[in-house]
Design a protein around this ligand. Structure first.
Ligand code: DAH
Length: 334
């Protein structure tokens, strides 16, 4: 019968096919090829009928034993393949510490701005905001800037070509007016924001840069309050070896007006004695009149710092253009 029904050969081939199946679908296919209705092993069962009657019991036994063996091997292989897909051979250990990846960070100007704002918030200042596209009223007129002032010249200010003659604000001082027009005193605000001037780009100037404006209005406010506040904030930002100098100056919206010079080890290292860092002063009575505050009752001070200047001092940067180039080799250092 072994010629007629090559059980051992087909069984060996079927076992080899189970082992060779790399995944569950391949195993199902192999099963069909041997045990399916048209399968090669099933064909052996059919051949039983062609045997002589006395040969059938022995051949049947042989085939059934082989079938049991094949099905057991199939089940084992299936379990093996199933467990392989459920659990990778080299599972990830999620409890291991993460690998450091470059996630990006805040721009140095944002970091300095945040720190200045934080310092003022601790002193009770709120953050105010205003539009970058301004009108002459808020940027100049209400700030007592005369019509023939050079700052209003098209050489210095970006005017927008539209009937209402809007402009890109040249300073954040415009927001002082916007806040005072809307709000009754007392006022304690800082205004970080972007400003625009027709400066030629060189290592220290750029046509757009950032300022932070401060405004404090209450009864009986003095220059002493201004100096004390500004000194405390600068010390916090740039260290205890900071020295400030207040020099008389002129701004149309303050009287008296002062410029603030700054020095520390870094400034001296740059070969300079002092670096001009801000304008400030006591709010001009005319400005109070312009927004409907009674200058006999209210007094206040205001300032405007250049944020780039402060960031350059803090980090020892000598070229302002580095802030705007988005070179990650530069940005990744902060
Ligand atoms: N707006 C001035 C500038 O851009 C800075 C300034 C000076 C702001 C005096 C003030 C101030 O609030 O009182 O140069």
């Amino acid at each position: 019968m072994s010629d007629l029904v090559p059980v051992e050969t087909v069984k060996a081939e079927a076992l080899a096919a189970w082992a060779a199946a790399a995944d569950l679908p391949a195993l199902e296919q192999a099963k069909g090829a041997f045990l399916g209705a048209e399968g090669r092993f099933t064909a052996l069962l059919r051949q039983l009928g062609t045997l002589a009657r006395e040969e059938r019991p022995a051949a049947g036994k042989l085939i059934n034993a082989a079938k049991v063996e094949l099905e057991a091997a199939l089940a084992a292989r299936r379990t093996e393949l199933e467990s392989r897909t459920a659990l990778p051979k080299d599972p990830t250990d999620f409890t291991l510490p993460g690998r450091r990846r470059p996630l990006g960070r805040l721009h140095p100007l944002t970091q300095v701005t945040d720190d200045i704002v934080k310092a003022f918030r601790r002193l009770g200042f709120a953050v105010a905001d205003g539009p970058e596209l301004e009108d002459e009223h808020h940027c100049f007129d209400a700030l007592n800037t005369p019509t023939d002032h050079p700052a209003r010249d098209a050489q210095d200010t970006f005017f927008v070509d539209a009937p209402s003659r809007p402009l890109l604000r040249t300073h954040t001082s415009s927001v002082q007016i916007r806040v005072m027009e809307k709000q009754a005193p007392p006022i304690r605000i800082v205004v970080p924001g972007r400003v625009f001037r027709r400066d030629n780009a060189d290592a220290t100037h750029n046509p757009t840069f950032h300022q932070i404006e401060g405004l404090y209005v209450d009864r009986g406010v003095t220059v002493g309050d201004l100096k004390g506040t500004v000194e405390a904030v600068f010390r916090e930002l740039l260290g205890d070896d900071v020295k400030l100098r207040f020099r008389p100056h002129y701004f149309s919206y303050t009287e008296p007006s002062l410029e603030i010079d700054f020095t520390n080890a870094l400034v001296r290292k740059l070969g300079k004695e002092w670096l001009e860092i801000a304008g400030c002063g006591m709010v001009h009575p005319q400005v109070f009149e312009n927004v409907g505050y009674d200058p006999e009752v209210w007094s206040g001070w205001a300032f405007g710092f250049g944020i780039e200047r402060l960031a350059m001092l803090r980090y020892g940067i000598t070229d302002i253009r580095l802030f705007y180039e988005n070179d990650t080799r530069f940005l990744a250092q902060f």
